[in-house]
Ligand binder design. Sequence first.
Ligand code: GRF
Length: 220
Amino acid sequence: MTLSTDQKESGRCSVVVLISGSGSNLQALIDCADEGGYSIRAVISNKADAFGLTRAKKAGIPTAHLSHLAFATREEFDSALMDIIDQFEPDLVVLAGFMRILSAAFVSHYAGRLLNIHPSLLPDFAGVNTHQRALDAKVTRHGASVHFVTEELDGGPVIARHSVPVTQTDTAESLAARVLQQEHTLYPKVVAWFAAGELRMTDSVAQHTRIPLPDTQDFD
Ligand code: GRF
């Protein structure tokens, strides 16, 4: 896989998206790419059957599959993954439901240009099963966060959050669906900020040229 001259010279922020599953966030990023001033150069999955690969192909975006099961160590998988990603010369690497813990070498290689979306209002509920944990904790609001990735799992500086109310009748599934809907506007917004040169990470602090971070928006 090599870049065409057109792709290299488009002048838009080039993005590589990593996925493991459905790719609904990927779809939102695809749908908002023109307006957001970025170009998705490739979609890479560690799962061959990830539906996101089908979404990417439909949009004419190059795809790659690299199974972590083919590697003895996390470091070896990450190194092979970096080789594929770097062929596309991305300005930004976007994790969109990529279900892997990343090695220190990977995080360091993409420092300041690696984003993740997490289904909770970070720093609350890092890790898994966030929706059930939010219900168990009886919080009144829950949501999603986009953050720069650092070595600490779900612990990098938070850029933006969207929150929704938690209702008395919510289940983990209903809450997940309401939060996912917000993810689909939150992630393209943040990627567009990066593409516009408005966002950066300096000394592990996220900074926007105009907006105090983390930008937190509540939706009812
Ligand atoms: C989202 O909930 C995201 O926050 C989390 O993984 C899920 C991915 O969903 N990191 P999708 O594959 O984008 O539909």
